[in-house]
Design a protein around this ligand. Structure first.
Ligand code: SF4
Length: 469
């Protein structure tokens, strides 16, 4: 060493604080990250079951009169898929976050698999448009009703199989091992992103721990393309667990179901997400759940048919549309005429206009009164919308079980309780959101009333449907 050289500085010794012992939940998250292979096996098993439930029944004959799901595979598959599977997915999303997307969804798994072996092109701008989930949800919901997706497996294969083929094609073209379809285009991803906001389970990111982690670490293989370090909620996270324990900063943890909604900003709840909640989930979806049991629909149909007959517009009363456009199963006497199709569209639009319009007006008014963004305030309606979706899906479960002679007298009170709990939670969330408003108290109260009134209308619509008045 030269005499004039400064002595080397002692190397800084980085002593990391010993990590606190990870709790059971955190270890569960870490296990998801460690057991990728087992999860893959599970996903392929779900793909197989999904194919069985969606593809096979389309080739089975229409069940004869008196058939039961105990002795008829088509009826059994229909019950398993629409009566149990879908309500189960919605319930799981409300309680656990998007575990369905990350761990089980066959479409997501296939899209990711295709993307690993595809062209790997960059994602184009048009595909990143935030309006796709709203458009796709409305289109598939309405189209599903026109072709009776719940009743006929050909229609289910067309709608669900079409969606799966599209997911694989997108996977083959874009991204490298990512779920581009799920992130931007899936018709239910927007709905799941809304519902997961109230899930008490999430992957929590400790940004300080992330930043303070010494050294570099490989990037997280986050299939829905999230910036994990910046992640602040469960809306977009597929809860796959791959990032669990990353940089000692990501942990599966419990949280208050109110946390994410109360922390929402316009970045988390943009207008298009609010429109999906208001017009899609609380409008179009409720219209789709209602039309077949609404006596007003039957009356309107009779009146319209009489008017058409009087004016000799016979073509409108003919049921000659192909099954992929309008329900057409003459062998069981179930075919939609052009009038039926038009009335169905008109009915769903009318329900969406009344309920969605009331909610939109309420949110806008509350936003003006409280000087807060209306779209952020509308997020408080997620619990009520989630309860409504769950209740709506169980209507089909009930119809299927009733056909088997199984009456569930406790179901309606349970639905009422669920809707009441969802509504009360929404009202409480609105009050908490408005507590931040920098306006005089009477304005705050008026804003709360503006948010509560359309919620009451929603409750009334459900009450009317469930009680049959
Ligand atoms: S942030 Fe990404 S990698 Fe982490 S759990 Fe969510 S989806 Fe999986």
């Amino acid at each position: 060493m030269h005499a004039h050289c400064p002595p080397p500085r002692p190397r800084a010794i980085i002593r990391r604080q010993p990590l606190p012992r990870r709790g059971r939940l955190a270890r569960l998250g870490d296990a998801l990250a460690r057991h990728r292979r087992s999860i893959l096996v599970l996903q392929w098993a779900v793909i197989l079951v999904y194919a069985l439930l969606v593809v096979l029944p389309a080739w089975l004959p229409i069940p004869p009169a008196g058939a039961s799901m105990v002795n008829n595979l088509r009826l059994a598959a229909q019950f398993a898929f629409w009566g149990l599977w879908w309500p189960g997915v919605i319930l799981a999303t409300l309680l656990l976050g998007r575990v369905w997307c990350g761990l089980l969804c066959p479409e997501g798994a296939l899209a990711e698999f295709a993307s690993r072996h595809g062209r790997g092109r960059a994602i184009p701008r048009w595909l990143r448009w935030r309006g796709w989930p709203l458009l796709a949800f409305v289109a598939t919901t309405v189209y599903g009703q026109l072709v009776s997706v719940y009743e006929y497996p050909q229609a289910a294969l067309l709608v669900l199989g079409g969606s799966t083929v599209a997911a694989v094609l997108v996977g083959l073209l874009y991204g490298q091992g990512k779920r581009v379809w799920c992130r931007y285009l899936c018709p239910v991803s927007g709905v799941f992103a809304l519902l997961a906001r109230v899930a008490p389970l999430h992957f929590r990111v400790d940004r300080q721990a992330w930043a303070g982690y010494p050294g570099r670490s490989p990037a997280v293989d986050c299939a829905p393309l999230l910036n994990v370090q910046q992640m602040s909620g469960a809306a977009q996270c597929h809860a796959c667990g791959r990032c669990s324990g990353h940089r000692d900063a990501v942990t599966l943890a419990l949280r208050s179901p109110a946390q994410e909604i109360l922390a929402s900003s316009v970045r988390d709840m943009a207008r298009v997400e609010a429109w999906l909640l208001i017009w899609g989930l609380c409008g179009v979806a409720i219209g789709a759940f209602r039309w077949s049991a609404d006596p007003w629909f039957v009356l309107a149909r009779q009146a319209a048919a009489a008017w058409l007959a009087e004016h000799e517009w016979w073509w409108a009363l003919e049921a000659n549309a192909p099954w992929w456009l309008l329900t057409h199963y003459p062998e069981v006497g179930d075919s939609f005429s052009w009038l039926d199709g038009a009335l169905l569209l008109a009915y769903i639009s009318a329900v969406a206009l009344v309920l969605g319009g009331a909610l939109q007006l309420g949110a806008w008014l509350a936003g003006r009164l409280a000087r807060l963004p209306w779209q952020v305030l509308s997020a408080a309606w997620v619990p009520m919308a989630g309860a409504g979706l769950l209740v709506g899906l169980t209507l089909l479960t009930q119809t299927q079980l009733r056909a088997e002679g199984l009456l569930l007298p406790w179901l309606n009170p349970a639905r009422g309780l669920l809707l009441a709990a969802g509504g009360l939670f929404s009202l409480w969330l609105s009050a908490r959101q408005l507590a931040r408003a920098d306006v005089p108290h009477p304005r705050r109260l008026a804003a709360w009333c503006a948010l509560a009134a359309p919620l009451a209308l929603l409750g009334l619509a459900w009450w009317q449907q469930l009680s049959g008045f």
